[in-house]
Design a protein around this ligand. Sequence first.
Ligand code: HXC
Length: 508
Amino acid sequence: MSANIAEMEKRRAAAKLGGGQKRIDAQHAKGKLTARERLDVLLDEGSFEEMDLYVEHDCVDFGMQDQKIPGDGVVTGSGTINGRLVYVFSQDFTVFGGSLSARHAQKICKVMDAAMKVGAPVIGLNDSGGARIQEGVASLGGYADVFQRNVLASGVVPQLSLIMGPCAGGAVYSPAMTDFIFMVKDSSYMFVTGPEVVKTVTNEVVTQEELGGAITHSSKTSVSDLALENDIEALLAARDFFDFLPSSNRDDVPERPSADAWDRLEPSLDTIIPPSANQPYDMHEVIRKTVDEGEFFELQPLHASNIIIGFGRIEGRTVGIVANQPMVLAGVLDINSSKKAARFVRFCDAFSIPIITFVDVPGFLPGTDQEHNGIIKHGAKLLFAYGEATVPKITVITRKAYGGAYDVMSSKHLRGDLNYAWPTAEIAVMGAKGAVEIIFRGQNADGIAAKTKEYEDRFANPFVAASRGYIDEVIYPHSTRRRIALGLRKLRNKSLENPWKKHDNIPL
Ligand code: HXC
């Protein structure tokens, strides 16, 4: 018996050494943790239960039959994060560069299937040279098997990808189909074709970091939701983030005790709106003063910052927050901000996370750039996302709600459950000056000024909308948290269904 156990221990130890000490040292020298060290940071201590430790590839080409490493370049299994179950895979760059063989893919598929069966999120730690070159088409088939599962799992269990090394070629499409991507600065990159191919085909000279590094994808492309400084920071951020997510679409949002009184008043919000309508203020302040303990987990802070998205909690329960940001482009809706918020709204709706929307929006951004790049189609995404969402929706208009953007931003007409306005709200077809210049074209400056004043007096307030029932109540800004908490309590058992359909046809 003891000999058998000794044999098992020997095999385990060999498998855990991955590609060997030299390659582990090389990984450390790049400032990266190994696949197993990463799981140690991500998961609760001692909670990791590994599967498929002894799986090996079956490739016999290019001498591969003599190079077998148990585990085959990916560590898979389950564990807990703050006590909640999660399935994980962590690619091991020390084994054939973390490249994906058919068996490696099979291991990933196994954890995804298990997660789907029991309703638990999947977190993938990506660090891979892509398709295992020696395996050819078997590797491509393996990728497609993973892709198919990403699709089927979408909207069923949350999927989070951490990119912690190379992720190139078709391999990018698995993370791309997961709900969120966090990237590590300087050591990770994602591109469909790398700098060398780019140079050959287009003559452009570009570094890996510029082409597909963490900053590029977190600011320009929005492929990534966050750029973190190093492996540890990324893994700890993933732990914090995980705490906001429901385990599956069958589960309620997680709940945790909060010491923050649900009816806490915030008098400073009564004076946060500047006297002039053109002066900005930071919507982050409104958000932080509303959520539990001021804790707001923002996503995509570097991309389309004219809209803010992220998670907070009210009475210990997760809420999704979408807010126009008057500090950036006056909070206008444009292509990027519409797409950013639409995807977030759809995630919240898929996973029963109530959506709180703070509105201060002067409208859609004008210009040929926006029109020619499809603001019609992209703006419609956000409209569509809000319109189809059946989760509790609470809207607070703090200042401007102009034009089509008023409709889009979780208005009553899109089945907003509770639509509040601060007394500073201005709900109108457009800003007073622009409106008057159209309807009183040709008038002299004095006439325009007088009519602008008249238009402002008539429309630069929330009461016209409230008189029609489009606003449920005009509230004291200081009572915003209390109103939202009460609203969420009322809406806990909200029941609303869209008509039966195979699926919708959101303007992609
Ligand atoms: C097999 C691979 C490999 C791969 C790396 N290795 N990539 N083995 N298949 N795809 C091995 C190397 O041979 C080496 O083995 C070890 O991993 C570490 O690689 P290095 O090159 O020494 O590391 P580094 O200098 O850090 O460079 C990393 C790298 C580079 C940039 C990722 O290895 C690279 O360019 N690899 C090939 C990338 C690629 O073209 N992949 C296919 C993409 S197409 P030893 O034994 O020396 O340690 C694709 C299609 C997917 O993925 C399609 C899905 C639909």
